[in-house]
Design a binder for this molecule. Structure first.
Ligand code: SDX
Length: 376
């Protein structure tokens, strides 16, 4: 019988499996994808190259990368029945709910990828390619923008901006979106990736595993934090109000979104990179309002609570400067993390073990059954 001391709430520090995909050194603040440091990848790689790395375990040759880019462009298209189904859903639906529903519906239209245990890099590429199209199709309809056109010549990052904003990004915008996609692509056994692996471990299919992951990422303690960071900035409004608002929230034991992490005990290396891009984007746009507020929030939260920023603190400021609405921030996170989710599902299938922890039972035991007619 497990003892109370055996319970690791939230599975904190529980090592659930071996993986080659991602390494996080929480004490040194390091993030590694298949052996490569995130700082090198963010500075020198592209999202397509990182997706290849996550799926195949090695960086692609020039030809392999060209083939992947071409394949992802081909796989962006939305089947008409799915486009019609999305159009029949409420225009005021949450984009994360649209994404979750659309992936689940897509599975019905692509049965070859949804047989029990079905999982292939082809399915991973399909989902990675089509998520931006699902988001763009839904957002354009609710925003009254013209329908998406196939733009096979655009990179994944540029296509995402085009899909959402109906314009091509500047060179700087394309680079910063590519960096955001790289930074969000994987993060070891975070909650949504773990959800995907639990689903795959039952020999369920890739599309079901990604549907599980999207539902998990939606939570504000996980993927939804960057949207709430912008709500916090809207509440604070000016640098001279940061101290009062943040200390008030901490005094009420409220969480300050964008801070703290289950694994990092120092600054999240992705926050370090995004802070610099938030500054560069702000300078480019002549609007350092968000950046200056966030720097002051960092100072107060660290002084008062000893917490460090995580990936969600600055990402919203970058997306806001691009003109992307806040309820699309977490969907963009999903459009990147789908590369990691699918890589983990593929790895789970290669060394399958049903994921099934146990619980310490603390309820009653050996009660006598009383027939309903004799109960008060
Ligand atoms: C992501 O796991 C991943 O890898 C996730 C992710 C990924 O790439 O997939 O990195 C993405 O989800 C980043 C995190 C985004 N979420 C937020 O920013 C929400 C705010 N953060 C917190 O809710 C919290 O830090 C978590 C959920 C991220 C981690 O929480 P833990 O590890 O369960 O820590 P905890 O709740 O036990 O808190 C420990 C202490 C507590 O203080 P005491 O009650 O013991 O006095 O730290 C405090 C907490 O109150 N604390 C915070 C805080 N985070 C922790 N206090 C105020 N604000 C916060 N943000």
């Amino acid at each position: 019988m497990p003892e109370a001391s055996d319970v690791q709430r939230g599975l904190e520090d529980v090592v659930a499996l071996e993986s080659r995909i991602c390494f996080i050194d929480g004490r040194q603040g390091r993030l590694i994808y298949q052996g490569y440091d995130i700082r090198d990848l963010a500075a020198r790689s592209t999202f397509e190259e990182v997706a290849y790395l996550l799926w195949y375990g090695r960086l692609p040759s020039a030809q392999q990368l060209a083939d992947l880019k071409s394949r992802l462009s081909e796989l962006r298209a939305l089947p008409d029945p799915l486009a019609r189904q999305i159009d029949a859903l409420p225009a005021d639906a949450t984009p994360m709910d649209i994404l979750r529903t659309a992936v689940s519906a897509l599975a019905l239209l692509e049965p070859e990828e949804t047989k029990p245990g079905a999982s292939s890099i082809g399915g991973a590429q399909r989902l990675t390619a089509v998520l931006p199209t699902i988001l763009g199709h839904f957002h354009r309809r609710r925003a009254g923008k013209p329908a998406l056109r196939p733009r096979p010549e655009l990179s994944a990052a540029a296509y995402l901006v085009y899909a959402l904003l109906d314009r091509e990004p500047t060179e700087l915008e394309a680079k910063v979106v590519d960096v955001c996609l790289i930074l969000h692509a994987d993060h070891e056994l975070n909650a949504s990736t773990f959800a995907a692996r639990v689903t795959a471990s039952t020999l369920s299919d890739l599309y079901s595993a990604v549907t599980s992951a999207i539902g998990t990422l939606k939570g504000p303690l996980h993927g939804g934090a960057n949207e709430r960071v912008m709500e916090l900035l809207a509440e604070i409004q000016s640098v001279d109000r940061v101290e009062e608002v943040v200390k008030g929230k901490l005094a009420r034991h409220e969480r300050i979104m964008g801070f703290g992490h289950r694994v990092y005990k120092v600054e999240d290396p992705r926050a370090t990179i995004l802070r610099e891009w938030s500054r560069r984007m702000g300078e480019e746009e002549g609007n350092l309002h968000y950046y200056e507020l966030l720097r002051k929030v960092e100072e107060v939260v660290h002084r008062e609570k000893g917490l460090y920023p995580n990936v969600d603190l600055y990402s919203g400021s970058v997306y806001s400067l691009l003109g992307i609405p806040p309820d699309l921030f977490t969907p963009i996170f999903a459009a990147s993390r789908v590369a990691g989710w699918t890589a983990h599902v593929l790895e789970e299938y290669q060394d399958l073990r049903l994921i099934r922890p146990t619980a310490k039972y603390v309820g009653a035991i050996d009660l006598t059954y009383v027939p309903v007619g004799q109960r008060s």
